[in-house]
Design a protein around this ligand. Structure first.
Ligand SMILES: Cc1ncc(COP(=O)(O)O)c(C=O)c1O
Length: 358
């Protein structure tokens, strides 16, 4: 494609890294080493291997709780698997309208689970206890889907974080209505790093705050593939191994997913990598937020920000460096940082943005 006017003259050399997502990055060397080590010999398949057994115990230690952890192939599949394990017949899932399960899974939960998503309009993809008021009248109405699950995402799809108190208040409200709480933790590493950077912090906004089950992301944090579903509430676990297979998430060579998690949990590597991605976003914010047209008013809570860039310069920048549109009508894009982004790459990206916009 021919470059737009100004491309050659204004923009410096493009950064080598992308600011499109956290899944554009490769895997961390320790994850690769763990996979190579797991490759030796023959072991039992479908999760009956020693690495999976060790990693299941590592999750119990991580949460200091008798959790049941089951691995799945990917984020969408893990969401479907977890939700399928939690749903009762005629249950619906209450979620933010911007949630990944609503807008980015090609309708997988509806198709695979035969359920209804009740979507709540929000500004930051966060649900609040008062949002549950909207579905209260469904309860006991035989013509209405029964609100069974509140599904939240931490970090949210709009880069916001729930505080411990917010998750606790939402869980209390949900439980009072007989609902359960599910947390999509595709970016749990970033959330943990942002909310204190310790295992205690992780527990405080998950199991200790009343979450019944969650996904614990690996891919975005620096893995290759694979997600973990962690059940805190053992009401969902007796049939979950069957559900996992039924929704096609049982990996035969399970050791290779488990090995990635073993590496991620060892010495809290996931927190370190989540922190690196968050710091990179903060750096990018610090180097660009003075460009007023971007309208970057508050520092990123984790690893993403959503600046405004008019169509012309946006297209030139996107031809030069990779990042996604978020809301085209509002000229909003998403910049997201991965665990491996370096300061020189952030400088290179910020320099291009500045050359065109400042
Ligand atoms: C909030 C959230 N949940 C889940 C996923 C996982 O999706 P995938 O099926 O692409 O692994 C993503 C990926 O972008 C996500 O952002």
């Amino acid at each position: 494609m021919a470059p737009h006017t100004g491309y050659v003259t204004k923009l410096p050399a493009p950064p080598k890294f992308s600011f499109a997502s956290d899944n554009v990055a490769g895997a961390h060397p320790l994850v690769l080493e763990a996979i190579a080590a797991a490759n030796a010999g023959h072991v039992r398949a479908y999760g009956a291997d020693p690495i999976t057994a060790r990693t299941e115990i590592a999750f119990k230690e991580l949460f200091d709780h008798d959790v049941v952890t089951q691995f799945a192939y990917g984020g969408t599949g893990a969401n479907v698997f977890a939700l399928a394990s939690m749903l009762r017949p005629a249950d619906a899932i209450v979620c933010a309208v911007q949630s990944h399960i609503n807008v980015d899974e090609t309708g997988a939960p509806e198709r695979a689970l035969g359920t209804k998503l009740i979507t709540i309009p929000t500004v930051d993809a966060k649900l609040r206890p008062q949002d549950l008021e909207m579905v209260k009248s469904n309860i006991g109405n035989q013509h209405a889907p029964q609100p069974g699950i509140v599904a939240i995402t931490q970090v949210t799809e709009l880069g916001a974080l729930y505080s411990v108190e917010e998750i606790r208040a939402l869980s209390d409200a949900a439980h009072a209505l007989g609902m359960h709480v599910y947390l999509d933790g595709a970016r749990i590493a970033n959330a943990t790093a942002a909310l204190g950077g310790t295992r205690e912090a992780l527990r405080s906004f998950t199991c200790d705050a009343g979450v019944d089950a969650m996904t614990f992301g690996c891919t975005k944090a620096g893995g290759i593939f694979g997600e973990a579903v962690v059940f805190f509430n053992n009401a969902f676990t007796d049939r979950s191994i069957y559900v996992r297979k039924q929704v096609t998430q049982l990996h035969s060579k399970m050791r290779f997913i488990a090995a990635q998690y073993e590496a991620m949990l060892h010495d809290n590597l996931f927190i370190t990598l989540g922190g690196q991605a968050n710091n990179a976003a903060r750096m990018l914010f610090d180097k660009t937020s003075d460009i007023s047209s971007l309208q970057l008013r508050t520092a990123p809570a984790a690893n993403s920000m959503f600046p405004i860039i008019a169509k012309g310069p946006r297209e030139q920048l996107q031809e030069w460096a990779h990042f996604y549109d978020w809301d085209v009508a509002a000229n909003q894009v998403r910049w997201m940082t991965a665990w491996d982004v370096t300061e020189p790459e952030i400088d290179a990206f910020a320099a291009g943005v500045r050359a065109l916009l400042a």
